[in-house]
Ligand binder design. Sequence first.
Ligand code: G3I
Length: 357
Amino acid sequence: MLAVAVLVGLVACSDDSATTEAPAQPEPEPVDRDASLREIAADSGLRIGAAVDADALQQDPAYAHAAAIHFNSLTPENDMKWSVVQPRRGEWDFSGADALVDFAEEHEMAVRGHTLVWGQDVGNGMPDWVRQIRDPDELRSVLREYVTTLMSRYAGRVERWDVVNEPLLIGGGELDRNPFFEALGPEYIAEAFELAHEVNPDAELWLNEHSLEHLSDKADALVALVADLIEQGVPVDGVGLQTHQFSSSLPPPGAVEDVLTRLGDLGVEVAITELDLPLDEARDLDSQAAGYRQIVDECLAAGCAEISVWGVDDSRTWLDEFLGGGPHEPLVLDADYQTKPAYDAVRDAILATQASP
Ligand code: G3I
């Protein structure tokens, strides 16, 4: 959009055949390059968020300060996951989630509840005691208890939830045969959204997925899934594109805007929910910044309501363990909480939309 504004500006200045003087263009606001992402985003009504860890928040005041001044939204990286909140049947631990929601309220930040139903056999999304349940009625019963307990605890304080995370095969265009699918069938997705809506009718209910910007079959499958859910009248309010770049190779230009536009055209909000982009082998901060700019430009062009990065600072990224090697330094704040060229690139992308609404 910035390009269009420049083009319009050039035509207006050079067109001396106009019969009346074009009204003087107001001087663009000086870019305050010291303004934080949070300050810049406020002018757009944009959510700019980060994944936050409760332990780090309580142990490191500099981490907490950085989270509060740079972001207006937070996503619990792990503290609201089923394995953490209910590690064993009947045993609940809300300590991390409570700390994050309290912190968010204290600093006027939104909270993205993450995540209610995640059946992928990775990490700690689903407790082992739930993964072993095969009886559909028993699984429905423990799911209802978990969703009701967690959403009700934060009703009025957490109003946006990743209801179903990663329903598709990691690399492909069909539903993952996770334990929810095996016991309840593909309808488990609709059931999860209807349950969440029943528990908190005021909450925004989101679907969250990764790699659509790289895998066109997966993108097609997710668009079809969301269209089908909406056709059924399932209360899906938004779709999050995680946008983890598992390597420094970028999505094809236009791929992010294309898939988010296709989803937005279905009538749901769209967002980038888990952005991170590891440094390339040359460890070139400017090429990392260019990658962030490409992705954020396209998200904003598609009408994104939120841009969240998957971590506050480079010292705590999951990618160092996931990819090995490293440090991969994939985020917008470095390990000393200093802004990086990637941070400036995100800010410039947001400012560009403000310069040419
Ligand atoms: O807290 C325990 C600790 O007590 C224990 O000693 C240690 C070793 O077993 O594990 C710790 O839990 C780990 C947790 O991260 C906190 O560090 C889990 O094993 C580990 O699986 C978990 O990884 C998280 C992963 O999701 C799986 O839940 C990553 O931090 C987190 O960044 C990642 O985030 C996901 C999103 O939720 C969904 N989208 C993809 C994204 C990346 O996988």
